[in-house]
Design a protein around this ligand. Structure first.
Ligand code: ZN
Length: 386
């Protein structure tokens, strides 16, 4: 049954609401029945004709007769209706024109006859549905920021498998056969491989360093790569340990690379990442695949190197004013021996490598005190980075 504008006797908000809802529902139905220009003209005149169109009728039947105290609210309501009706009439025209254009395209391109149905009527006045788009996980965000610092220096990103062989994870990186890192206490080996030769046994990589060898096998020097990725160790989870965590390593190989290049590159990278006021410091260390090796410290970016926060001791730097941030060193010539045939003759090339924990840096940067929070997937925690 066609819609007719009712006379209003009740001017309460609820009654006005009901009357508008009925009107909008009729508007939607009639709009979706518009198929061509002739339909559309009838539709337009029925709702918008100055003489006896629906809009004119609500003006006469609702607004003019409204009691004084309800005038304002009714006026606002009628204006709202007017806006929506006008928009809907325009939209109905667009719709049948678009459908006609689509049919034409289908016809001229010889496509199958397409049954284009008018879509369900859309109430353009309804608020949209908010779809949260998500955000980078804090560890991913930190990783990306660090990777970008090295990309600006001309480094490319290299990646490799998480399930590795003993050869790539240990042997080619100069780990002696009885090095403690090879112990099952630290490394997660795939079970049931006793029959295989040791170098072929599969394990979850304990560092991203195998990608250094894999990349040197494929690409000749000069080489500058940064390697982000997940690694696994047999560590029981606690506030600062997780059996799965994230590393970012880097490798630069060329003729005449010196320890000075290493220091300059890493000092620059830390200033880019933590801010130009941080200082860096290197202390001797040991890694099987670099010689000499060092640990790099940055001045504490939380207390500014003072070791104190107001009258409290600074916990992240243990009051020393310095935070250990990465391990680094000159690539051990023994490592180059494994890729010598691809241009890495240790008598001709030299290089430096470095590695850091992305999770640990994210903990420090965002002042989070439990690494487990990063991996529990609690949206209330993660939403802080959205
Ligand atoms: Zn501090």
């Amino acid at each position: 049954m066609a819609y007719t504008v009712p006379t209003l006797t009740d001017y309460s908000t609820a009654a006005l609401e009901r009357a508008s809802a009925e009107l909008f529902s009729a508007l939607g139905e009639e709009a979706s029945a518009v198929k061509n220009e002739a339909d559309w003209k009838v539709f337009r005149d029925r709702w918008m004709a100055r003489k006896n169109g629906v809009l004119t009728q609500i003006n006469d039947l609702w607004l003019k007769t409204a009691p004084k105290e309800a005038k304002r609210e009714t006026g606002a309501r009628v204006n709202e209706i007017k806006g929506k009706v006008e928009a809907r009439v325009m939209l109905a025209k667009d719709h049948y024109e678009n459908v006609a254009a689509l049919r034409n395209v289908a016809k001229t391109r010889g496509l199958y006859p397409v049954d284009i149905r008018p879509s369900d009527s859309v109430d353009i006045s309804l608020p949209g549905i908010r779809r949260p788009i998500g955000a980078e996980h804090p560890v991913v965000k930190t990783t990306n920021e660090i990777v970008r610092v090295f990309q600006k220096l001309g480094y490319s990103v290299a990646e490799g498998p998480v399930v590795e062989t003993d050869y790539y994870n240990f042997e080619s990186l100069n780990f002696p056969p009885n090095h403690p890192a090879r112990d099952t206490q630290d490394t997660l080996f795939i079970a049931g491989q006793q029959a295989k030769a040791q170098r072929e046994r599969l394990l979850l990589r304990t560092h991203t360093s195998p990608v250094q060898i894999r990349t040197m096998e494929k690409m000749r020097p000069p080489l500058r790569i940064v390697i982000p990725g997940t690694v696994h160790r047999n560590d029981p989870p606690d506030a600062s340990h997780s059996p799965m965590f994230h590393q970012i390593e880097g490798l630069a190989v060329d003729t005449n690379i010196t320890f000075g290049d290493l220091k300059g590159t890493l000092d620059h990278a830390m200033k880019e990442f933590f801010g130009s006021s941080v200082k860096t410091s290197f202390r001797p260390s040991f890694f099987p695949f670099t010689e000499p090796s060092a640990e790099m410290y940055v001045s504490c970016f939380i207390c500014g190197g003072s070791g104190r926060r107001g009258s409290d001791p600074c916990r992240p730097c243990k009051q020393t004013g310095w935070i250990e941030i990465l391990g680094c060193g000159m690539v051990d010539p023994n490592v180059f021996e494994f890729v010598k045939d691809n241009g890495y003759d240790p008598r001709k090339v030299s290089g430096f490598a470095f590695g850091m924990g992305a999770d640990r840096i994210a903990l420090l940067k965002y002042g989070v005190d439990d690494i487990q929070l990063f991996f529990q997937g609690d949206v209330r925690f993660l939403r802080q980075w959205a």
